[in-house]
Design a protein around this ligand. Structure first.
Ligand code: C2E
Ligand code: CA
Ligand code: CA
Length: 750
């Protein structure tokens, strides 16, 4: 039951019942009946004739007496006198009228009308003078109405000052009681079709013979019933109500069963509909129930059974409205491509405190889609979402336009969060397999840590940051205002870096590089490390990103260069040529004083620059490309070797090659990691080696973790190898000791 009340149908029902209790469902009822009775119009075929008294109404009791006598001669079944009796001015007229009434005996009755609906107290009725009507029957015409004074029902009889009076309709229909205390007039009767005769015709003897014979004749002052409306019509003559009431009472039953049976029908119907699977079928069935609610009350009414469609129609209406709204928001909140909820959905939900908003943008998403048949598009997005879900631990991944995916996750300390996202990024280095298609994907993150902001702003911030990351080739961008919040950490970063450099928290690790041709360790890559006293080891990507942000990357770069040169000098002193690689941040390449500073350091240290390799990644984050090209060309001219790092992962691998004067390509480790398993990656590696050689470049494969990969690369003609298999990045003291050992003739070469 509770579950039902929480369902859409349950809510619709509760809301409708509340409207009903507040009396507001009457509006629906009113509209329904008014329209139904406007459409259904049938003529009166009761043996009733109304004689309009308007033309003689002013003329006094004498005329009324004459008229009554003339009518009696036509032998009506009975006469209802429904007009004011102006007694007291014409004594003989009064007497004539009293005699005329008397000679009618039981066959004349007098009608008194309640001046207003719903009020049946003595003050509402003006009774005819007893002196004239004597013991003749008095009938009342009294009505219950709705909130717009449309007549709805009437009592069979009315109690006035302790005396009980029957109503006119009961007298007209010869039925004085029913199962309930009220009956419901039949408003399908067209009030204009009531047979009418004017009193003037009777005085002039223009009446068709037999026109009144055996009929019920109502002598009535015409005019409209004040405050009383007839469904489907505006104001009508008061007798119309009496006749419509009599029409209803001519049927075997007159019974009000309320809205409850119809409501029950709606509930049962809707619950059955909920089981239908096809949306079309559900819509059709819903329409059928709706049509039933519109037809049934009307049809029942023609059998004398009164039932109201107002509450059932409200239930259906509210239900339909909720469903439409749900459909619309579902449509707005879901990406049709993947069926995943979209960013609008994420923006419209409360994000909660302590949550980061993460947006991922998949590089070249549209291009990849373009290579897939349409029916796999959704699957492509869903697979990405699944992978993100697994990696992020978030159950709900939202999917925006053009390769954007978003979710929220618990806010961790920044370095942890960056590390976590890097891990997630690594998860994407495995290709996506969609049907027979394989895709390498590269993702960029936008992160909003601006806790407390509203959801849509935060989603937009993260989105903008993700696009920025995509644009500048960085893996992660933080939203701007967050940078402000991180300011204490960033502002003090300089001090911390200085401190870290001074006390040895920041240090260089060296990873060996193997020369396939010479079968020996012939070089190393210098990789920076930071063991933060409280934050623990900070991933170099993360703090280099921070240092770039804080504008502190120069300090680090020159420090790294100094360290690497010192190491290179020491290693070269051991004998054979030893090549040292350092990484140059994209933020640094276009710096105006880069070349002079490098030149100064090299001169001061007295090292041959050809022993140094500068690794640059192919990113578009370089702001001033011409300046970068100029710098790199100059460095090369000075003797530095130039290496393109992470070759194959960026956006412009080949373009970069043609633009930059490089000496070496470093094949990214994601190709190497899959060399043994993926034919595609093997093909890429093979052809890249061929391409590099054709362009006079040497090739370094990085990320070699096992002997088999190592062997394959040797067979493919790769020049140099780097990876955990050959040696992990190590502090210099350990590195040089290992290096010495491999050079130790007593131990032989690896
Ligand atoms: P990178 O230049 O591509 O450096 C290679 C990364 O691969 C290093 O990560 C290294 O530890 C890791 N690696 C080496 N062999 C293997 C292997 O067999 N398997 C696996 N799974 N990984 C391997 P690390 O040291 O965390 O450096 C990450 C990135 O940080 C570097 O990527 C580089 O872009 C940047 N970085 C490191 N040191 C410096 C630096 O002194 N200056 C600048 N500007 N960037 C640096
Ligand atoms: Ca590198
Ligand atoms: Ca690399």
């Amino acid at each position: 039951m509770r579950q039902f009340l929480r369902s859409t149908l349950g809510i619709a029902m509760l809301a409708s019942l509340a409207l009903w209790a507040a009396g507001l469902s009457d509006v629906v009822g009113h509209m329904y009946w008014n329209n139904v009775f406007k459409l259904a119009n049938r003529p009166v075929n009761q043996p009733v004739v109304v004689i309009s008294l308007d033309d003689i109404a002013q003329l006094g009791t004498e005329h009324e007496a004459r008229l009554l006598n003339l009518v009696r001669r036509e032998m009506p079944k009975r006469v209802f006198f429904d007009a004011r009796i102006p007694a007291g001015t014409d004594v003989s007229g009064d007497r004539d009228l009293r005699d005329a009434v008397h000679s009618f005996g039981r066959d004349v009755s007098f009608i008194v009308r309640a001046a207003k609906p719903d009020r049946f107290d003595r003050a509402m009725f003006s009774f005819p003078p007893k002196a004239i009507v004597g013991d003749s029957r008095i009938l009342v015409s009294a009505w219950n109405s709705n909130f717009l004074y449309r007549v709805e029902s009437a009592p069979y009889s009315v109690n006035i000052d302790g005396a009980r009076f029957s109503t006119v309709s009961t007298a007209l229909s010869d039925r004085s009681s029913g199962w309930q205390s009220v009956y419901y007039p039949d408003f399908t009767l067209d009030p204009t079709s009531i047979r009418r005769v004017s009193s003037a015709d009777i005085f002039a003897h223009r009446l068709e013979p037999g026109a009144l014979t055996g009929k019920s004749v109502i002598l009535s002052t015409s005019g409209q019933a004040p405050f009383m409306g007839y469904f489907g019509h505006e104001m009508v003559e008061p007798v119309a109500f009496d006749i419509a009431g009599a029409e209803a009472l001519r049927r075997p039953i007159s019974l009000n069963i309320t809205f409850i049976p119809l409501l029950a029908l709606v509930i049962v119907g809707m619950r059955l509909i909920a089981r239908l699977r096809a949306r079309r079928a559900r819509l059709l069935a819903y329409s059928a129930v709706l049509a039933m609610m519109l037809l049934l009350p009307f049809m029942a009414r023609s059998y004398g059974v009164v039932t109201y469609p107002d509450v059932p129609l409200l239930v259906l209406g509210i239900f339909g409205a909720i469903r439409l709204w749900q459909l619309r928001t579902r449509r707005i909140q879901h990406t049709s491509l993947s069926g995943l909820p979209n960013l609008v959905a994420l923006s419209s939900q409360p994000l909660g405190v302590g949550r980061d908003v993460v947006v991922v943008v998949v590089a070249r998403f549209e291009e990849m889609l373009a290579t897939l048949p349409r029916d796999l598009h959704g699957e492509f997005s869903r697979q990405i979402a699944r992978r993100l879900s697994v990696g992020s631990g978030s159950n709900e991944i939202f999917h925006g336009e053009g390769g954007h995916f978003a979710w929220t996750e618990e806010a961790r300390p920044l370095e942890m969060q960056l590390g976590h996202l890097e891990g997630l990024r690594a998860l994407f280095s495995a290709p996506l397999q969609i049907g027979p298609h394989t895709f390498d994907t590269n993702i960029h993150f936008g992160l909003d840590r601006n806790e407390g902001g509203d959801a849509s702003t935060r989603v937009n911030s993260a989105l903008a940051s993700a696009n920025e990351a995509l644009g500048n080739g960085r893996s992660i961008e933080l939203f701007e205002s967050q940078r402000l919040a991180e300011a204490p950490w960033e502002l003090s970063l300089h001090a911390r870096i200085e401190e870290g450099l001074r006390n040895g928290e920041i240090w260089m690790a060296y990873q060996p590089q193997w020369d396939f041709g010479e079968n020996r360790i012939s070089g190393a890559e210098a990789l920076i490390r930071w063991n933060h006293p409280t934050r623990g080891p900070i991933a170099p990507d993360a703090f280099i990103l921070q240092a770039e942000r804080a504008g502190r990357i120069d300090t680090l770069t020159y420090w790294v260069l100094e360290q690497a040169i010192a190491a290179a000098l020491e290693l070269n002193a051991l004998g054979p040529r030893f090549q040292m690689s350092i990484n140059l941040s994209a933020q640094m390449v276009d710096k105006a004083d880069l070349v002079t500073n490098f030149a100064e350091i090299v001169r001061r240290r007295g090292i041959d620059p050809t022993l140094l390799t500068v690794e640059v990644t192919e990113t578009s984050s370089v702001r001033n490309r011409p300046a970068a090209c100029h710098n790199l060309t100059q460095l090369r001219a000075m003797g530095f070797r130039l290496s393109i790092d992470d070759f194959g992962t960026g956006e412009a691998s080949l373009a970069y090659l043609s633009e930059l004067p490089s000496d070496e390509l470093k094949l990214d480790r994601r190709f190497i990691g899959r060399l043994l398993t993926s034919d595609r990656d093997r093909a890429i590696v093979t052809s890249t080696i061929g391409l590099a050689h054709a362009l006079n470049q040497s090739v370094v494969a990085e990320g070699i973790e096992d002997a088999a990969t190592f062997a394959v690369l040797r067979d493919l003609g790769c020049d140099h190898a780097q990876g955990y298999y050959l040696g992990k990045p190590q502090p210099f003291t350990i590195f040089i000791e290992d290096y010495r050992r491999t050079r130790d003739p007593a131990r032989g070469v690896v």
